[in-house]
Design a protein around this ligand. Structure first.
Ligand code: SF4
Length: 471
């Protein structure tokens, strides 16, 4: 019978139906980091339990790790304690840890794919909401809470109810300077941040087909911001080309056999989706958030919406957002002064993101009133960027060039906004307080748009932007 990838992979991993109606789902890959795992390991220890499948469990440090100096012991006692706890837990349970000395450390959703751990047809869990990133490879990837981290460590399985599947088809050519980030911000803006509740999103259409794996990861990464439980793209030749030769991917003949199987799990053309949404890529402009959730966004050349023009339930939230952000309906986002420019996070800190941002800043200087930082998603991304000289481009422009980590995506480490600073950010969340200051303000956008804003000192349209330096 025709089926979606979601149905096929779900059925292959279903262990049994639980008395409460949920499914016990086998987990093929469990990714662990320092912040959501200490309590889970403690609970295992208290019960005298062992990790069920250490060979399917991999760890890294990313959330709390400082990015300016990673010399141990860390100046931040909490970061040192959490890192030491993860090291001890991995040693005790025989889990492979990609630590700072490994050369493979980085944001968990960046290193999984680049190491070839993330593969089509897997079920993947991690104690971080943006685990949906791994769906770019045709995996079912779920962000889980600490108690579920404990459950997966102990049983290598998870109790879940299957979500419905919404196919989001994007067709047409993206205009120059319009990126995957603009596509996903547009999708969330159109459907809303709650529309995905009870759904997994399948991204399809010729626009998605043409995207690189980095771009597909950006799209899937923010599925959770649209309320979806997961997001995925059907595996294809782009997926296989990315994975070939990666450290943990199958090698030689085994890789070719794996490709045959990966092809077979893609959604059948006559599969039935619970919902289908279609978007025209040609109509998407560089997009920026103006509010306090990722659905409150606007194409850069259109005025901010009027709360009075939307139905009652949304109106109060829009008024709250305008007040918090200090913005006004009807105005344009261009010209909004920024204080901080952050290029980083599991959404947009891969090599291709850094290349695009470097292309924009090359030969320019960061505006004197802006502090700007580039935080590569992994040690491997950092090293690759340095081989291309991107670090020199950023440093010459006045950016801080940092070590890998989550950094200012979540303000759980020394990289934080101060007071009411406004940050042009390539990350994924603009909730109040997300970047470390309760009153700090986040504007989400593509890395190229962040780069242009850093130089201009204000939000600009990267399509038409020319810096003061070049007139
Ligand atoms: S970069 Fe942000 S969203 Fe991604 S794993 Fe780190 S904290 Fe989570």
């Amino acid at each position: 019978m025709a089926a979606t990838l979601f149905q096929k992979v779900w059925d292959l991993h279903a262990v049994r139906r639980l008395p409460n109606g949920q499914t016990q789902l086998y987990v093929g890959l469990h990714l662990v980091h320092e912040v959501t795992s200490p309590q889970a390991f403690d609970e295992l220890r208290e019960r005298g339990w062992r990790v069920r499948a250490p060979e399917r469990t991999f760890a890294t440090i990313d959330h709390i790790v400082p990015t300016r100096s990673q010399v141990r012991p860390f100046a931040d006692g909490m970061a040192e304690t959490m890192t030491s706890a993860l090291e001890r837990n991995c040693r005790e349970h025989g889990i492979r840890l990609f630590d700072l000395a490994s050369g493979a450390q980085g944001i968990v959703h960046v290193i999984g794919p680049e190491l070839g751990l993330t593969q089509p047809g897997l079920t993947i869990t991690c104690g971080d909401s943006h685990t949906s990133t791994h769906g770019a490879f045709g995996a079912l990837a779920f962000g889980i809470g600490t108690s579920q981290v404990r459950d997966v460590l102990a049983s290598q399985s998870l109790a879940m109810s299957p979500p419905k599947v919404r196919r989001i088809e994007v067709n047409g050519r993206l205009a120059p300077h319009v990126y995957a980030k603009d596509v996903i911000l547009t999708i969330i803006g159109r459907l809303g941040v709650k529309a995905g509740a009870g759904f997994a999103y399948e991204y399809a259409g010729d626009t998605i087909d043409r995207m690189s794996m980095d771009e597909r990861m950006t799209i899937c990464n923010m599925s959770i911001e649209g309320g979806a439980r997961a997001g995925y793209v059907n595996p294809d030749e782009t997926t296989f080309a990315y994975l070939r030769g990666r450290r943990f991917a199958p090698q030689g003949d085994a890789f070719d056999r794996a490709c045959d199987w990966w092809r077979s799990i893609a959604s059948d053309p006559d599969a039935v989706w619970d919902d289908v949404v279609k978007l025209d890529a040609a109509g998407i402009a560089p997009t920026v958030t103006w509010g306090i959730n990722p659905g409150q966004s606007v194409p850069i050349d259109l005025p901010l919406p009027d709360p009075e023009s939307v139905p009652d339930p949304d109106r109060a939230g829009m008024h709250e957002a305008f007040e918090f952000m200090g913005l006004r309906p009807g105005h344009l986002m261009t010209g909004t002064r920024i204080d901080v420019a952050f290029i980083g996070s599991c959404t947009n800190a891969r090599l291709s993101d850094l290349r695009e941002a470097a292309r924009v800043v090359s030969g320019h200087r960061v505006s004197p009133h802006v502090r700007a930082l580039v935080v590569p998603g992994s040690q491997a991304v950092r090293a690759a960027a340095e081989r291309e000289g991107l670090d020199d481009v950023f440093r010459s422009a006045g950016f801080d060039w940092r070590d890998a980590g989550c950094s200012m995506c979540l303000g759980m480490n020394p990289d934080k906004l101060e007071g009411r600073e406004v940050c042009a950010s390539s990350s994924n969340r603009n909730f109040k307080g997300r970047q470390g200051s309760p009153t700090g303000r986040t504007l989400l956008m593509s890395p190229a748009m962040v780069a242009a804003a850093a130089v201009a000192g204000e939000v600009v349209d990267v399509r038409s932007w020319t810096s003061p330096d070049n007139g």
